[in-house]
Write a protein that binds this ligand. Structure first.
Ligand code: PHE
Length: 466
């Protein structure tokens, strides 16, 4: 029996013992649930506004359909082929040091993201609570956000509520937890997103914003448009974090990987576009077309939007709809991070699912609390000039993520081979975009990844601004 056969037999045995998704719909919604998150709703619109509106969107779409596609296919195929989460998946191909490192880094990234992502999830919990209590006017006050996050006690409670919700879903299992929640929450999210977007684009003065967002203007193009779009694509599609490898390991052999990938890509991008349509025109209408406000970055969702909602008359209702949608999006993403960490611990250390998820919960509580305190009682702490939460964000997304993606590419180029991936994908798909997959993975991806890494480090050191 050669190595690949051994792997596939092993994976079949692994699958018998393991949870799997019940079918395609559950799988697609769970992966889309991972992909659609704060990145789509909060990050995408302000990056689009900052990097030229329509032209950013165009560059993003091109990258998503080529590079993004290749990365999703690669990770899913690796997961399904081995039936393992990242560490096990990499070491299924040998015991060389770089394989250990590649699997390790793919597994560590989600463990570092989950805590601070949940802190932001906690902020969303607070806004949902305020809107449910009818406090749209309070949420729109200048000081609201700042004084909330600097109050470590309240922020900590919100954070704990959020991580706990994710924990409960993980305990329930892949099918009864992740899949069941995604099946309910994702359709609701789409409905809420459509309602908010329609409401926003029909405000007086909003049309200018729609134009700015959708019509490309080549004069706005710069190399930073590409760099920013690329970083965003990785984040948004949850790439290079071991998530798609883990979810791929739960995928049945008869599931069409190529078709699933296309669906997930469009789901994720569709929600990002809807988020752009909710936020950019609404802020345009509110500020009379002042792009500066849109470029404000993080404060846009928590400070500017509540003001915009409050000025709209229906502030309470639309604020409720909007933040509930954000909460769903953030929760399903956190669940995917939680699952990846849990699966890795269970597989590598042999603990039960419950014990493994308790370990993940504890680590998240410790690291997340540090991020909460970083805005409050520990606000004097700076790591490389950054606040604790910003530091975790920078470390994972700007430094570790390109490195872990690089290892995925090298694993494919040097060990599995394009034929190996193609064989796995073709078990259930036509693999129409195989030639493109080959060119992107072999020639373009490693080069692009180096550019992301270099540019994000340069920006952290203050040489360029992203
Ligand atoms: N893809 C998610 C988003 O767009 C973010 C995320 C990052 C989710 C990392 C899981 C892991 O918000």
């Amino acid at each position: 029996m050669d190595k690949k056969d051994a792997i596939s037999t092993e994976s079949n045995t692994a699958k018998k013992q393991k949870n799997t998704f019940s079918g395609n719909v559950g799988y697609i919604l769970a992966v889309a649930g991972s992909a659609v998150g704060l990145g789509n709703i909060w990050r995408f619109p302000y990056l689009a506004a900052k990097y030229g509106g329509g032209i950013f969107l165009l560059v993003y779409l091109i990258l998503m359909l080529t590079f993004g596609y290749a990365m999703i296919i690669s990770e899913t195929a690796i997961g399904r082929m081995t039936g393992k989460s990242p560490v096990g998946a990499f070491s299924a191909f040998g015991s060389k040091k770089w394989l250990k490192f590649g699997g390790g880094i793919n597994a560590v990234v989600p463990m570092l993201i989950l805590p601070y992502y949940s802190v932001i999830g906690g902020w969303v919990v607070r806004y949902v609570a305020e809107y449910l209590r009818g406090n749209a006017a309070e949420a729109a006050e200048d000081e609201f956000f700042g004084s909330f996050i600097s109050n470590s006690f309240v922020a900590e409670i919100c954070f704990v509520v959020f991580v706990f919700a994710a924990f409960l879903v993980i305990i329930a299992g892949v099918k009864n937890g992740i899949e069941a929640v995604s099946k309910v929450v994702m359709p609701m999210l789409v409905i809420l997103a459509v309602i908010t977007a329609v409401y926003s684009v029909t405000r007086p003065g909003a049309l200018e914003g729609v134009k700015y967002f959708l019509v490309p203007n080549f004069r706005d193009f710069s190399i930073m448009t590409v760099v920013a779009a690329m970083g965003q694509m990785f984040y948004s599609l949850s790439l290079a974090m071991g998530i798609l490898i883990t979810y791929g390991s739960y995928l049945k052999k008869e599931s069409d990987i190529e078709q699933n990938t296309t669906r997930v890509e469009w789901f994720d991008t569709g929600i990002a576009i809807l988020a752009g349509l909710m936020i950019i025109p609404a802020v345009f209408a509110f500020t009379g077309g002042d792009i500066k406000t849109l470029k404000a970055g993080p404060s846009l969702m928590f400070i500017t939007l509540p003001k915009v909602f409050d000025s709209m008359g229906l502030g309470n209702i639309i604020g409720n709809v909007f933040f509930l949608m954000v909460l769903f999006a953030a929760l399903t993403s956190a669940i995917s991070l939680f699952e990846t960490c849990t699966a890795t611990i269970a597989e590598e250390l042999g603990f039960s699912r419950v014990v493994s998820s308790l370990i993940v919960l504890c680590v998240s509580l410790i690291l997340g609390t540090a991020s909460v305190f970083g805005y409050g009682i520990w606000s004097f702490v700076r790591i490389f000039g950054m606040q604790i939460l910003d530091f975790f964000d920078f470390l994972t997304n700007s430094v570790m993520m390109p490195v872990s993606a690089f290892f995925v590419c090298i694993l494919i180029i040097r060990v599995i081979g394009f034929d190996g991936v193609a064989k796995e994908v073709k078990l259930s798909s036509k693999f129409r975009r195989q030639p493109m997959y080959y060119i992107v993975t072999k020639y373009i991806a490693p080069f692009f990844l180096m550019i992301i890494l270099a540019s994000s480090i340069a920006s952290a050191l203050g040489f360029i601004t992203i």
